[in-house]
Design a binder for this molecule. Structure first.
Ligand SMILES: Nc1ncnc2c1ncn2[C@@H]1O[C@H](COP(=O)(O)OP(=O)(O)O)[C@@H](O)[C@H]1O
Ligand SMILES: CC(=O)N[C@@H](CCC(=O)OP(=O)(O)O)C(=O)O
Length: 303
């Protein structure tokens, strides 16, 4: 809590000082023409003021010549809708087991309400956003996720059936290139389309990583609800290599949702993305602070 208060205070100060533009200008020049994929989720998405600030920051990025692509989540919102509809939901290894009934609700919430509210916020902030799901223009082609788990008692590898949970097989960057050329900001819901046209529910971090690799993004920025990756004493780790990440996983420093998040970061940099960053979406203007300051904000992962 102390660290986030400190970060918020520093951001407010940074935005008010005369050195803001002097510090930001070299970064604006450096990143002009480059693509930044932003995974948008967590608290940053649920809070009206933070959502508004996020939309303005995206528009500013676009205005200075960066090409932002947004991939959004919405797990908590899906959960609330399923509850209203009295549909039970269960997670295995952080992934929602998705029945045929559930996938309809997932698509409705992600590609409907959430996607359109982000599009609307960016347009209100002065940009031109276009909402897409992975079905539009065959953007995210997918297949049923193949996952196995070793049963600790019998030591037998079991196939997990998570229903309509998908994994990306191919991302079609043409759609995104066309939007970039027209000055538009793509906002992508993490829904994939199967070979038979079936709908897949895909973890939003996974889609963001796949999109970042497919477009050769300069950065994959993952907004979340922690200040970044913490070491065993709870201090922020600002820079990590792929080897460092493997060590942190092996010695148990990272656990839970941070494991797949870091895996996505690693896969993105191994897939050609220059660097992935996990940063605190609760900090107003987290994007600007990360992109346009020497210090950055969260944890940067590089090859
Ligand atoms: N070493 C670590 N540093 C930071 N967070 C960690 C670490 N190990 C585990 N975590 C957990 O990972 C969570 C982030 O993953 P997740 O909740 O899946 O994020 P999101 O919902 O934004 O996708 C943190 O809230 C924290 O509880
Ligand atoms: C398969 C799977 O679990 N899909 C996620 C998709 C949304 C998501 O990833 O949202 P967050 O980024 O907010 O967690 C789900 O159904 O919740």
């Amino acid at each position: 809590m102390t660290q986030i208060r400190k970060n918020i205070a520093e951001t407010k100060h940074w935005l008010r000082t005369a050195r803001t533009l002097t510090e930001a200008l070299p970064f604006m020049r450096r990143y002009a023409g480059q693509t930044f994929v932003i995974k948008y989720g967590g608290h940053a998405m649920g809070d009206a003021e933070l959502s508004n600030i996020f939309a303005h920051d995206v528009v500013l990025m676009k205005q200075v010549g960066i090409n932002p692509i947004i991939v959004h989540g919405g797990g908590p919102q899906i959960g609330r809708m399923l509850q209203r509809l009295n549909v039970e939901t269960e997670f295995v290894d952080g992934l929602r087991v998705t029945s045929a009934e559930t996938v309809d609700v997932v698509e409705m919430v992600l590609a409907g309400t959430i996607n359109k509210s982000i599009v609307s916020a960016i347009n209100q902030a002065g940009g031109t956003a276009i909402g897409l799901s992975g079905k539009d223009g065959n953007l995210v082609q997918a297949r049923k996720l193949r996952r196995t788990k070793r049963d600790p008692e019998s030591n037998i590898e079991k196939i997990l059936d998570l229903g309509f949970v998908g994994e990306p097989t191919k991302v079609n960057p043409q759609v995104l290139a066309a939007l970039e050329q027209s000055g538009m900001v793509p906002v992508i819901a993490p829904i994939g389309v199967g070979a038979e046209g079936e709908t897949y529910n895909i973890n939003a971090d996974t889609v963001a990583g796949a999109v970042a690799a497919a477009v050769g993004a300069a950065r994959l920025l993952m907004l979340t609800d922690v200040i970044g990756v913490l070491d065993k004493s709870g201090d922020l780790l600002t820079d990590l290599t792929v080897e460092d990440v493997a060590k942190l996983e092996a010695d148990g420093t990272v656990s839970g949702g941070m494991i797949p998040k870091l895996q996505t970061c690693v896969e993105a940099v191994q897939g050609g993305v220059e660097a992935s960053v996990i940063l605190d979406g609760r900090v107003p203007h987290a994007l600007l602070l990360e992109i346009f300051t020497d210090k950055g904000l969260g944890t940067l992962v590089r090859r």
